[in-house]
Write a protein that binds this ligand. Structure first.
Ligand SMILES: *[C@@H]1O[C@H](CO)[C@@H](O)[C@H](O)[C@H]1NC(C)=O
Ligand SMILES: *[C@@H]1O[C@H](CO)[C@@H](O)[C@H](O)[C@H]1NC(C)=O
Ligand SMILES: *[C@@H]1O[C@H](CO)[C@@H](O)[C@H](O)[C@H]1NC(C)=O
Ligand SMILES: *[C@@H]1O[C@H](CO)[C@@H](O)[C@H](O)[C@H]1NC(C)=O
Ligand SMILES: *[C@@H]1O[C@H](CO)[C@@H](O)[C@H](O)[C@H]1NC(C)=O
Length: 750
């Protein structure tokens, strides 16, 4: 420890001299072709159309110019001005202009466009921008998506939903998004020409809700096979998505070949060198995927075929490809030369299809298995390709950054990312402090090779505030100085009206539940959503009273803001969070009464606990974004026949509950949604309470193993196979129910 510190200090003193004249992070000319190829006029028209979709007729109050020569201090920028009563937006790219328009919406017109709720009630006369404002970004790339986001959040989307989301990306200033749809259709062609049969790839691809993990070689076949109509739909979507991304001036990242192949490789190419990788608790036949040996000449052959086929299908490329060979899976050897060869093979595969390829790699493996990825192993993989030909995502930058333990990824360019979310869980959580400061520290790091910032959530549609903050930080010259002011601005734009109670509510939340100091890999471990057990402790980095007091303020604001949809969304969310706190307190009572063995008191406590879950389902039912019915019906709507319909429904249900045939990662992607709370979480608790009641009555001990088997057989598995229809539209009035619950729960103990 001591030695390290001293060496570090010496390094700093010595290196400061060398790096002193460098004022900005290192630039990488190797990346100069990773930029938009679309002309300014097309980007401008694409932004104009987006403005029309966003504000309708009022689009004529805005005038947009995209001008690639507009580069104040050599950086991407936007400028806002008022000329003849019109708001004039100028941007280096379509994305910069769209982000400038969004900046105007938030900070002048007091509007907010976010994932599923938006508030774009423009003032009759638009407030002028005077004097003109120019904002530049030091972040050459603003990356977006985790490889899992497509499965946890986008999987059932149709084009209208995608179109809105692409608008959101542009408004958010994102210029480097993943574009992963439809890749299985391309793989099918490649496998066909290599001699594989439909049966071979049917066993290899997973079902729609699990594609992310099949692509990474974590699992194979689970939830499949993919019907032909799936490929057609996804291919058609990908054409539209790519065209729109490119026309906005974004640089879509396409998939590359990471080495995972169908099992039939062993019979079809008996000489091929393969190994198998283990992921989590998955077993045959869903594990383990075959990994082609990097030294096998087939590796770059397949990699090249895939890239070529994709370029042909999607009319060109922006030359950047993602591939993750060892995501959450230990390589078969820790010998650095093996790792170097593996990396070189992945890159050779890309080059075989595109001589200008750049490899984008998630740096998650370095976080998830630090024991394996010691400096020698990390360096071997990172330096397996020439400097500047790989871009690494420092995926969990806000909690466990890797750049500062690897001399800035041993010289490879990296993007500092906020991961924030796992499994699309809904609990309130954030690390405001490190999200605000982290990317600036990374840029200032000695010899920093940082080339941008990013968002890498596993799932979206939760904790909107953290994403708004990060998107703004990417365009700021320094961190937000006074977070309370930012919170007040956030509330004002989100609801369109200045309201002191709403501001206070957000200020409390940002200082408390959103300011988790340490950050966690699993932040939503509420007793509500986890499989019932005795004496479970819940992680808490904040005082539940903070949530209740914020809840008071939101309820107070509801008289003024009750008609605003984004406010209703937030009122549901804070009520949900408050009830989650209550559930934990009630759970503790339940455990206490169980321990004392007083059956009557236990029954009373059980009644209170179950009532809280019922109340939670009721408030969630009042807003469309908290409905299980949306998730399932959207899944079914992509089906073209009954068989597909039940396959998609099963995929949708299994992902958010058992996650695997036997609950391999049960509850990982838990969601506090109406329908799921009532028919899954509550039902599990009903069984637990019944079991505990019997134990008390018969004077027996609770058998956890037996309960796990029972809950799996009686509740969890049947739920994944069921086909009950859940409402697609909300029921009940948010305001009235939130007020009623607030009355009831707040009066009880305070
Ligand atoms: C393909 O891309 C080129 C420019 O790279 C463009 O001119 C052409 O219109 C595109 N074709 C299609 C079908 O999108
Ligand atoms: C790296 O940076 C993070 C965030 O600033 C910090 O918590 C951590 O201690 C640093 N690690 C090292 C080895 O300096
Ligand atoms: C918040 O709402 C309460 C109850 O409606 C009201 O009495 C109070 O004045 C409000 N607080 C502020 C700061 O506006
Ligand atoms: C608990 O249940 C399991 C599974 O039913 C059983 O094998 C085990 O013997 C039980 N343990 C006790 C202590 O009864
Ligand atoms: C729902 O499941 C039941 C029982 O398994 C079955 O009889 C029924 O046909 C299913 N309904 C639909 C619409 O699939």
């Amino acid at each position: 420890m001591m030695t390290c510190t001293v060496l570090r200090c010496c390094g700093v003193i010595f290196l400061t001299h060398l790096f002193f004249s460098r004022t900005v992070a290192k630039e990488f000319p190797t990346l100069d072709h990773i930029r938009t190829k679309v002309d300014d006029g097309t980007q401008q028209r694409t932004v104009e159309d987006m403005i029309f979709r966003t504000v309708g007729d009022r689009f004529s109050d805005f005038s947009v110019t995209v001008d690639s020569s507009f580069m104040p201090s050599g950086k991407e920028a936007f400028q806002l001005d008022t000329v003849d009563g019109k708001i004039v937006v100028r941007g280096t790219t379509g994305v910069a202009a769209a982000h400038g328009f969004n900046h105007y919406l938030k900070y002048y017109a007091r509007c907010q466009v976010s994932w599923t709720v938006q508030q774009v009630d423009l003032p009759g006369v638009l407030p002028p921008v005077s004097p003109a404002v120019t904002i530049v970004t030091s972040n050459r790339y603003r990356y977006y998506q985790n490889v899992c986001t497509v499965s946890y959040s986008f999987v059932w989307w149709d084009w209208p939903r995608w179109e809105r989301h692409l608008d959101w990306m542009a408004l958010s200033g994102i210029n480097l998004p993943l574009a992963f749809n439809g890749q299985e259709a391309i793989w099918q062609r490649v496998y066909l020409s290599l001699g594989f049969t439909q049966k071979d790839w049917d066993e290899h691809f997973s079902g729609p809700a699990f594609l992310a993990w099949a692509r990474m070689g974590n699992i194979r076949g689970w939830g499949g096979p993919l019907p032909p109509s799936w490929h057609q739909t996804q291919l058609a979507l990908q054409h539209r998505i790519l065209a729109r991304m490119r026309n906005f001036g974004m640089i879509p990242v396409l998939p590359g070949f990471a080495g995972h192949v169908p099992a039939a490789i062993t019979s079809l190419y008996p000489k091929a060198a393969v190994s198998r990788l283990q992921w989590g608790r998955f077993k045959d036949p869903y594990c383990c995927t075959y990994l082609l040996d990097p030294q096998d000449p087939l590796f770059s052959h397949i990699g090249g075929m895939f890239i070529s086929e994709m370029i042909k299908e999607f009319n060109g490329t922006n030359h950047i490809y993602n591939a993750d060979t060892f995501n959450e899976m230990r390589p078969k050897s820790s010998d650095p030369s093996y790792l170097t060869k593996s990396g070189a093979a992945v890159f050779a595969g890309m080059l075989a299809g595109d001589p200008q390829a750049i490899w984008l790699m998630q740096g998650w493996l370095f976080v998830s298995d630090r024991d394996f990825w010691q400096p020698a192993q990390t360096k071997a993989l990172l330096q397996s390709v020439p400097q500047g030909k790989m871009v690494v995502l420092d995926l969990f930058g806000e909690v466990e950054p890797v750049y500062n333990t690897t001399d800035s990824f041993y010289g490879q360019p990296f993007i500092w990312c906020m991961l924030h979310n796992f499994g699309g869980n809904l609990g309130m959580y954030g690390t405001v402090h490190t999200v605000n400061q982290g990317s600036f520290l990374a840029r200032k790091y000695l010899g920093s090779t940082m080339v941008g910032t990013g968002l890498t959530p596993e799932g979206i549609d939760q904790n909107y505030v953290m994403y708004e903050l990060m998107n703004e930080v990417a365009w700021m010259p320094q961190p937000v100085q006074i977070m309370d002011n930012w919170a007040a601005d956030y509330a004002w734009s989100r609801y369109g009206v200045k309201n002191a109670n709403a501001s206070l509510g957000w200020q409390i939340l940002l200082r408390s539940v959103y300011d988790c100091e340490k950050g966690f890999k699993d932040h939503c471990d509420s007793v509500v959503v986890k499989r019932p057990q005795l004496h479970k402790t819940q992680r808490s980095w904040y005082k539940p009273e903070d949530v209740f007091s914020a809840w008071d303020h939101f309820v107070s604001a509801s008289n003024d803001l009750g008609l605003v949809d984004s406010f209703r969304y937030d009122l549901v969310d804070i009520t949900r969070q408050a009830l989650q706190e209550w559930a934990y307190m009630n759970y503790q009572d339940l455990m206490e009464t169980y321990n004392t063995g007083d059956l009557n008191k236990f029954r009373d406590a059980a009644g209170v606990f179950q009532q809280t879950l019922t109340d939670m389902d009721r408030i969630l039912a009042t807003h469309q974004n908290f409905l299980l019915g949306r998730w399932i019906e959207d899944a079914k709507s992509l089906a073209t026949n009954d068989q597909e319909r039940s396959l998609y429904e099963f995929n949708a249900r299994n992902q958010v509950t058992l996650w695997g045939p036997n609950g391999e990662i049960v509850d990982y992607a838990n969601k506090q949604w109406s329908g799921l709370v009532a028919d899954y979480y509550s039902e599990r608790w009903a069984l637990m309470i019944k079991t505990l009641t019997t134990a008390l009555m018969e004077g027996k001990k609770f058998n956890h193993t037996a309960f796990q088997q029972d809950v799996f057989q009686q509740v969890e598995k049947p739920f994944t196979l069921a086909n009950k229809t859940y409402p697609y539209y909300p029921t009940g009035d948010t305001l009235q129910i939130a007020k009623e619950l607030h009355q009831r729960y707040r009066r009880r103990t305070w």
